[in-house]
Design a binder for this molecule. Structure first.
Ligand SMILES: Cc1cc2nc3c(=O)[nH]c(=O)nc-3n(C[C@H](O)[C@H](O)[C@H](O)COP(=O)(O)O)c2cc1C
Length: 187
């Protein structure tokens, strides 16, 4: 009888531990999309004589995947002749993007949502000037229901391209993010 009782307590303790670890992991993972990253500001010189500039704003994830995609996007844009600035949403960012010809946002997806930091920043932008705008989500899943909400953020400024690069796609299709970048930078 005593043995049965202590076994029950043991099972309950294990279940509680699993629930606490899972909740902590979800909390930690989803915080990636609300963590402000400062000090990331990289300039790439355009390859070719085009006098145009682009801004890539991305939200880092838990691993380097989101950053790898952002850098590849920038690389593709750069290959099309643009000077490219890569940065994150941070307090230094201007709400006037009229100095750019192309602006690309990239965000990881956690629990069906892109970064609220990017959302708040997008909604604060006063002036895009002549800039064309694109949005690239990164995630584990191929399906992208989260992009419906993202499209609403840009209702006042139609997107040139919106899509998602999944981890599998990134592994299987060499240069997929670079090609994405070249495509949006195309005339
Ligand atoms: C708690 C959690 C929830 C996630 N939810 C989604 C999701 O709804 N859609 C999706 O495509 N990927 C989802 N992912 C996968 C992340 O988007 C994936 O990890 C992403 O590529 C970011 O890379 P990183 O977290 O490895 O840095 C989720 C990952 C975690 C850990």
């Amino acid at each position: 009888m005593r043995g049965k009782k202590s076994r029950k307590k043991y099972v309950i303790a294990i279940i509680l531990l699993i629930v606490i670890i899972a909740a902590g992991w979800f909390f930690w993972a989803s915080r990636a999309n609300t963590t402000v990253h400062t000090g990331i500001d990289i300039m790439l010189d355009g390859q070719g004589g085009r006098n145009a500039s682009a801004l890539v704003i991305y939200q880092p994830g838990r691993t380097s995947f989101s950053e790898d995609v952002a850098r590849d996007l920038a690389d593709g844009i750069c290959k099309s002749g643009y000077r490219v600035r890569i940065t994150t949403v941070n307090p230094e960012l201007s709400d006037d993007l009229s100095g750019y010809d192309l602006v690309v946002f990239s965000s990881p997806v956690y629990m069906g949502a892109c970064s609220p930091l990017i959302e708040d920043y997008v909604k604060s932008i006063r002036n895009y000037g002549k800039a064309e705008v694109a949005f690239c989500a990164t995630g584990m899943l191929e399906s992208a229901p989260e992009l419906e909400a993202v499209e609403q953020w840009f209702s006042a400024h139609p997107l040139k391209k919106i899509g998602k690069i999944s981890k599998q796609m990134y592994l299987d299709e060499e240069n997929c993010a670079r090609n994405w970048g070249q495509e949006i930078a195309g005339e």
